[in-house]
Structures are given as C-alpha cells and as structure tokens.
Ligand binder design. Structure first.
Ligand code: BES
Ligand code: ZN
Ligand code: ZN
Length: 504
C-alpha cells in the first residue's frame, strides 16, 4: 500500500472513496466551511439533509455515505465522525482502524482518500496510518478459504491523506514511521498467533537471526553454552520439554547513538505450567506466553528500519514449560547466573525464572535503562483487566517516560508497587528465595520483587502484559489473538530517547 499526500481541495479529489472527518458537535456545515472544501451547492444540501435525518453527531465510529455521481470526481463520499476535537490525538487511531475495516480491503476500493482534518499536524497522520494498517490485520495463515473470498479481500493500493497545509517532508517522515511501527506490531502479532507447535524456541531463534543486517547482530546461545555460563534458572524451566532452549541475544548498533537500552522479553513458547500443571482452560491460550519476546523482536526490527540513533541489547531466554520426565520438580533448587539460589515451589511461575538469567545477563553491561516485558502473572489480569499493563520499577523517571510513550502509542500502563514487604513472601527455608509468593496476595508485585533480585544498579522497569497481550474481540485497532502490545510504547520511548524527529 502506498501512502500519499494530496493538497488539492476535496471537491477535486478523485478516488473510489473519499472520507471527510467531522468533529463531534461542530456541525457538518461548519466542518465543510472550515476546510474550504468548495463542494457544489447541491452536494452540500444533500449532506446537510443526510446528517440531519440520520442524527449524525460526529462521534468516533459514526459514518454516513452517498454516491455523488457526476457531481464530484469520487465514487463514494463518506462523512465520518472524529469524536471530540480535543481527544483527536487518541481517537484518530481507533477512527482510522474502523475506517480500514470498512473500506480497507474491498476489491473495488483501490484508492481511498482521507480528509481527517489534520491541519498540518503530521503526528495525526502518523497515528492514523498506524490505526489504518492495524485495523486491516487478521491472521489467516491456517484458514482454508475459497478463491472467491480471497479475491474479495484485497487491501487498498493507495491511501491518500488530504491536507492542504501539510508539509510534504513532515508527511513523508510521519507516514513512514506510522507504517513501520504498525507493520512491526503486526509482525509481533504473527509470531504470537502462530501455534506453539510451530513457534518453538528454535523457530524464534531463527526469526531473530533473520533480523540481522549491518546494524543488527544476533547470537544464539545453545543449551550447553548456557549451562557453562551459569544460566541454571533458565535451564531449569526448559528441562521438561523436548524442544531445545535458545538464549537469543540481538544487538542493534547504529553508527551514532546517544542512549543504551536493554530489553528482555519473556519467551515461553508454551506454558503448560510444568509439573504444577495448569487447568485445560488455563493453558488454552498459553501459546501467547512469548508475547514479550515477540514485542522485543518487533522493536529491534522497527528501530533498524527507522534507523533510530539508540543502541539496544535485546535478549530472550526462549524455552517451553512442559511437564516431561526431566522436568523441574517443586522443591528443586536452581542457581541463577548471578549466584542466587532459588527454590522452585511452583513450576508455573516460570517466566520469572527465565527472566532472572536474562536480567542478570544484560545488567552486566550497565545499560542506561533495562526494560523487561512479560506475560508474567494472572494477577495483573485480575488487577487491571485487559485495559492496562502493569508497570513496576526502581526508577520513577523511567516509569514516567514509559507511561508517556504509552500515551503516544495508545497503550495504557498503571504502576504497581514494589514495597520491600513483598519480599517476605519469597523467603525460602532452603534457598536464597523461592519463586512463588502466597497465592492471592499481590501476585504481580511479588513477581516484580522476585525480578528485582536480579537487577543490579541500573534503572529498570518491568512491564506485565499478561492482560493486554491477547484479546478475544475484534475491536478498534485490535483483532482477535495477539495484540502486539508494547511494541508501540517501546518504539515511542526509544524514538524519544534517540531524539528521532517525531512531530509530537
Ligand atoms: N504465563 C503465566 C501468566 C499468565 C496468566 C499470562 C494468564 C496470561 C494469562 C505465568 O507463567 C503463570 O502461570 N503465573 C502464575 C504465577 C503463580 C504460580 C505464582 C499465575 O499468575 O498464576
Ligand atoms: Zn506459568
Ligand atoms: Zn508463563
């Protein structure tokens, strides 16, 4: 799909669909006047009649349309609600996604033009581009579909933004960034939606290696080497599976950089719970327990495509949590790379065991910030539902920057505490600590507290995306399955750190 800017007045624009955005309660009349669209009198009258009759308010999601015949050069003219003017920075993403659902994939719509009232604001174009592309996503790899249906679903060839005042250079920059971020989010979704039988640790490692280029290098640490390096906590999780574990390390090193970040993604390609086995319902969607890893890979891909001037070390301790004959037993004691011993009282609290070694590993290089992203606890779903991810940290400034980046990306975070008292629940009689706290008591914070034991002297934030990484509904920019949550936030956070030229 090509992204274009057209500065001509809307009355002269040709396309299969032209969408004109109207803010809530501004009135169609006023909206059309403001943009100086110079629509023919009879078209204006018809729009007027239509909006009055249909009680059109301009709320996000509202849509009206008609076929102007030879009165306008476009085939179908659409009026779309943009919601309140003050909220447009956030609603535009949802509005664009919903427009893409209706007009983005029809064979007869090759050229779609959007007049979203951006008024020279390139950041709006960036957000709308993201929304449009994400709204068009679906995972169809394993569906047998008729040729007919295949033909009918065809993404538009040209998406044209109409804005008479937009700077061409800013447009190109913003629409490109929006496109890359959305496509990398879809890349993450594809990895998550792929079943665990195909998205194994080895496959994840292969995909990570395929991201290599002149700025991205990849190293895969195999089981024997991981053992030599002392990654006993990570390997303890993998032991019950036939799939070999892979410790993936990716480095994005641009020629210039002014910030060094490390990202650790939880990469459990399937979480059965191990010997502390989950219920049938509890493991039904556990292929998404590598959503943190998927986001991590997607962020590296986006940074390298956008050539953002920040250095990033990304690691994924990828393995499967299975109850095979070699599996770690409750009561077993593992030694992590930083020398701490862990009594495994619950093999289903495996994410933190893999992250313990991943965090120890990255902290050795003293990055400016360490961020881990993980589908870590059911408790975060209880606390925040599917609305927001939990964020826990040893550094308030880092928390504010991530929450702010999340706002730009349309992803919500809510801070949960890491009070010292939570450490009590991780006391073990036989080892330095145990991996699971008391059931039903601050599960997300005690998991965060466990991770903190493996972070040494660097600003660190832990993102618990267990609730937000997966959805059962097609809604706004989300489609059933993996959401790619975190990709946008981490991209915006690192774009900001790299002082990458973004307009908002
Ligand atoms: N992968 C799960 C967390 C999870 C639960 C993600 C639901 C998405 C949806 C994690 O490994 C896990 O099982 N955590 C346990 C920890 C407990 C045993 C201390 C949990 O949250 O129940
Ligand atoms: Zn688990
Ligand atoms: Zn898990």
């Amino acid at each position: 799909m090509e992204l274009k800017l057209d500065r001509s007045p809307i009355s002269q624009v040709s396309g299969h669909v032209v969408v004109y955005g109207v803010f809530q309660d501004e009135g169609v009349d006023k909206a059309l006047q403001e943009a100086n669209v110079a629509l023919p009198e009879d078209v204006l009258n018809q729009l007027q009649e239509l909006t009055v009759f249909e009680k059109f308010k301009g709320k996000s999601g509202e849509i009206l349309s008609f076929y102007p015949g030879d009165r306008l050069p476009c085939r179908r003219f659409v009026i779309a609600g943009l919601g309140k003017r003050d909220d447009v920075g956030t609603t535009i993403r949802k509005t664009a996604s919903n427009l893409a659902r209706q007009f983005g994939c029809k064979e007869q719509y090759r050229r779609v033009c959007l007049a979203l009232r951006s008024n020279g604001d390139a950041a709006l174009v960036q957000t709308a581009t993201e929304g449009w592309i994400l709204g068009s996503y679906s995972f169809m790899v394993y569906k047998t579909r008729s040729e007919e249906a295949e033909k009918e679903k065809k993404p538009v060839a040209e998406l044209v933004f109409l804005d008479e005042t937009m700077d061409e250079h800013e447009f190109n920059q913003a629409s490109h960034a929006g496109k890359v971020i959305a496509e990398c989010t879809m890349f993450a979704r594809d990895l998550i939606n792929e079943p665990a039988c195909s998205m194994t640790p080895s496959r994840l490692a292969q995909i990570a290696a395929s991201l290599s280029n002149d700025r991205v290098s990849c190293r895969i640490i195999e089981e024997d080497e991981a053992a030599r390096l002392g990654m006993g906590s990570f390997l303890g999780v993998s032991r019950g599976s036939h799939q070999p574990p892979k410790f993936i390390e990716l480095r994005y090193q641009p020629p210039e950089s002014n910030f060094f970040a490390a990202i650790a993604g939880k990469g459990i390609t399937f979480d059965s719970g191990g010997l502390s086995i989950k219920t049938a319902q509890g493991m039904e969607t556990m292929k998404y327990d590598m959503a943190g890893a998927a986001a991590t890979l997607a962020v590296i891909k986006a940074l390298s495509e956008l050539q953002v001037p920040v250095r990033v070390l990304a690691v994924i301790a990828a393995c499967e949590n299975m109850p095979g004959g070699g599996a770690t037993r409750p009561g077993d004691i593992l030694t992590a790379m930083n020398g701490k011993t862990i009594e495994v009282n619950n093999t289903d609290a495996e994410g933190r065991l893999t992250l313990a070694d991943a965090l120890s590993w990255v902290c050795k290089e003293k990055p400016d910030a360490v961020i881990d992203i993980a589908t870590l606890t059911g408790a975060v779903v209880t606390a925040l539902g599917k609305v927001a991810a939990g964020i826990m940290s040893n550094n308030d400034e880092l928390v504010s920057s991530i929450i702010a980046a999340g706002k730009k990306g349309g992803e919500k975070f809510w801070q949960l505490p890491l009070f010292d008292e939570y450490k009590e629940s991780l006391k073990s009689d036989f080892a330095d600590l145990k991996n699971a706290g008391s059931r039903g008591e601050a599960g997300s914070s005690s998991a965060g507290m466990f991770l903190k034991e493996f972070v040494d002297g660097v600003p660190w934030a832990h993102l618990d995306i267990a609730g937000t990484a997966w959805t059962e509904k097609d809604k706004d920019e989300y489609s059933k399955g993996g959401t790619g949550f975190g990709v946008r936030t981490l991209c915006y956070y690192l774009l900001e750190k790299g002082k990458y030229e973004v307009t908002r």
